[in-house]
Design a protein around this ligand. Sequence first.
Ligand SMILES: Cc1cc2nc3c(=O)[nH]c(=O)nc-3n(C[C@H](O)[C@H](O)[C@H](O)COP(=O)(O)O)c2cc1C
Length: 305
Amino acid sequence: MDVYEAVMSRRAVRGFTDQPVPMEVLERVLSAAAWSPSGSNLQPWHVYVLTGRPLAELKKRAGERLAAGDPWDEREYEMYPPALKSPYHERRSAFGKERYGALGIAREDWEARQRAAAENWDCFGAPAALFCYIDRDMGPPQWADVGMYLQTVMLLLRAEGLHSCPQMAWSVYRKTVAEVLSPPDGLILFCGMSIGFEDPTVRHARTGRAPLDETVTFVEGSAPPPHMARPGRLPAAVPVGARCRPRRRPVEHHAEADPRHAAAVDPPVRGDGGRAQWIPGLYPRGPASAPTKVALLSRRDHLTS
Ligand SMILES: Cc1cc2nc3c(=O)[nH]c(=O)nc-3n(C[C@H](O)[C@H](O)[C@H](O)COP(=O)(O)O)c2cc1C
């Protein structure tokens, strides 16, 4: 699987089979992801990986909490600005429509939406998950580093034939997560990530993207070929030499009604069905400083609380 295929075939998968994810695959992915960039090479991510009994215990505790109607933990960071301005508000609405529409849930059916969202705390059935923390005193650049790291993890998972779903939802159950993981003081839980093999029977939408000229301004250089102006296409070589005028224009449309937000097409997958062969020795086992920061809680491990 090449990088374009990994990027285009990654999506937030919200239905997994119970097929176990081998621990050596997770170790391989996280060893390679340790090579993600970060400002001054701080590597500000702290990752816990759960499978087997510890993950089952976490899901059980979260399920009990949900059933008891426990309120969410107070937030340690705001997931979104309180008043989302345009075009973000419209993009968020369009996402909700896509996500819940695919499940046949009407916009006004709040309870059904809540039920679907509650699947977050079962990791959508995934047999593996990771939880990513960051030190409380880190700033926006380090949070961005963590985002790059997580995307690297998700792309490497694709190369292993696996899928994932990043989940900020766990941040409002952070105390339950902490009961199981006992992270050191001074860390904030940014998000969880469900990991596993996709359950193809779960209905889903392919979430769309804003047109390229809404988010990218080519000031000078090559114009994108027409097939790149829409999301969902694998780009070919970009012709060089052409100059183009600035392409940014005021946002004036309503995203939900905008046909340019049409869902991206599923990308072509080569004959290996998306499961690339791992080439042993291709990636070193990770920079010397990184492995200590990844805790693997396997079936063999005891619960920490
Ligand atoms: C940092 C982050 C947190 C997310 N949190 C959740 C979550 O809690 N639950 C969920 O179902 N999806 C979550 N998502 C998935 C997004 O909804 C999804 O990435 C977005 O709608 C684009 O869709 P796609 O990833 O399928 O292309 C999260 C994504 C990111 C990057």
